[in-house]
Design a protein around this ligand. Structure first.
Ligand code: HSE
Length: 448
């Protein structure tokens, strides 16, 4: 059978990786896909890069500057979009779909924000939009959630899905350094971008979490409802205290379905969708994922707990996911669209309208650090406020004050509570004259 024809938009790190993996493993890939997968055209805006690749691929594979030429090329069956960002990626993807082409993309931001529009357009045209590379790079987590775990009711997912921030947190813990110092080092080593905002403020992780949540629970992608909090204000002190209490701090993306019944009060069901620094017990496998690695834990009713670990970025790990999608699409190219795996795992008429919960309705435990006057009655006033809000304490740690020192750090771990209740308690505690600085609050999950 004639090889399937691919148009590759973007010759950056992942584009180049995809090109190399396809070339190097072409015999095995053909054996698995049932036909060859050939790059028929590439597009790159960077003229230097385009020239360098033209030299490698030869004149048989045209390299164009305008990607419109590629998405409108009738010879191309699958468009691979690897430029990232919203525009022009959105217009190019929609144009490719309108032209009846399948799309493979690594673009988490595009799908997390415009997924509903893009999947609907693809459904109407009977084409596939595949996006394994958009979440956790080389880890086949989309495949696992959408197909491998399809027998299960998924209960929750918790993931380290941003390598840059995990690298920074690992260095902060390992070397006792502060955030700003480690960020500079991460930029020097090429782990963090010169503008690291999307990574360090949790936006990149929230894009990926939004996609996993939609697939796990059969809800539309709703990035605008995600709670997004990064690590830029995390202090080395809290990493140290957490460690003393048997916890590590990780930037986790957490999505959990809470349904009425089973201890969940009527009217409070919904889906939690949140990215924030989180204390997790050091004994959990995921707590020991260090450096730029990614890992995702999935809790599901039949299989129990499963853990997926690997490289979440980089040329060939991400290319591994892109090429896997290319093989999938190639196998499905001639299949009846109704018999393909749905984009978001559930058939369009089986999608759910379960709401995404407000952060105030989320159930979680907390780590609190209070700088307090070291005098009688301080602890009891604080514990009284927590008790009045029905918040149960799990552990308390007080730093030993130095000679003549009149203030100290008080660390409190709580059991699970409702975030809104904790917000009220925090406001009351902050108002005490013996609480001398803004209270640090970090969420805590046992992931049991
Ligand atoms: N910048 C991301 C990370 C990789 O640090 O994990 C691409 O999403």
């Amino acid at each position: 059978m004639k090889a399937i024809q691919v148009g590759l938009i973007g010759l950056g790190t992942v584009g180049a990786g995809t090109f190399h993996v396809l070339q190097r493993n072409q015999a095995e890939i053909r054996g698995r896909a049932g036909r060859g997968i050939e790059i028929a055209m590439v597009s790159a805006r960077n003229a230097e890069r385009a020239k360098a690749y033209q030299a490698i691929v030869g004149d048989g594979v045209p390299c164009v500057g305008d990607a419109q030429q590629l998405v409108n090329n009738p010879a191309i069956d699958i468009v691979v979009e690897l430029i990232g960002g919203i525009e022009p990626a959105r217009s190019l993807v929609l144009q490719a779909i309108a032209n009846g082409k399948h799309v493979v993309t690594a673009n988490k931001a595009l799908l997390a924000v415009h997924g509903t529009e893009i999947f609907e357009a693809a459904r109407e045209k009977g084409v596939v939009v595949a996006f394994e590379a958009a979440v956790a790079g080389g880890i086949p987590i989309i495949k696992a959630l959408r197909e491998g775990l399809t027998a299960n009711r998924i209960e929750w997912i918790a993931g380290i899905i941003n390598g840059t921030t995990n690298f920074i947190l690992s260095e902060m813990r390992g070397k006792g350094l502060d955030f700003a110092t480690v960020l500079k080092e991460a930029q020097r080593l090429g782990y963090a971008e010169s503008d690291p905002t999307f990574d360090i403020e949790g936006v990149d992780a929230a894009h990926k979490l939004t996609l996993m949540s939609a697939i796990a629970f059969g809800v539309p992608v709703q990035f605008d409802k995600a709670h997004v909090e990064g690590i830029s204000s995390l202090q080395a002190t809290d990493i140290k205290y957490a460690e003393q209490l048997g916890y590590r701090i990780k930037l986790l993306g957490i999505t959990r379905r809470r349904m009425d019944g089973n201890g969940v009060p009527a009217g409070t069901s919904g889906i939690e969708l949140r990215v924030h620094p989180t204390l997790i017990p050091s004994s959990r496998l995921i707590a020991n994922v260090e450096g730029a690695m990614n890992a995702v834990v999935v809790q599901a009713d039949a299989v129990g707990t499963t853990l997926y670990y690997g490289k979440g970025a980089g040329a060939e790990p991400t290319a591994s996911a892109v090429v896997a999608d290319l093989v999938d699409v190639t196998r499905l190219h001639t299949a009846d669209p109704d018999h393909r795996v749905p984009h978001l795992a559930f058939q369009p008429d089986a999608m759910s309208d379960t709401p995404i919960l407000e952060m105030a309705d989320v159930h979680t435990a907390f780590y609190l650090r209070l700088v307090v006057a070291d005098q009688p009655g301080v602890l009891s006033r604080i514990t009284t406020i927590l008790a009045e809000h029905d918040i149960s304490i799990d552990a308390v740690l007080q730093r030993e004050s130095g000679e003549g020192e009149r203030q100290t750090d008080l660390i409190i771990l709580t059991h699970d509570t409702v975030e809104g209740r904790m917000n009220e308690a925090l406001a009351k505690m902050q108002g005490l004259p013996t609480v001398l600085a803004p209270i640090v609050r970090i969420r805590k999950e046992e992931l049991a």
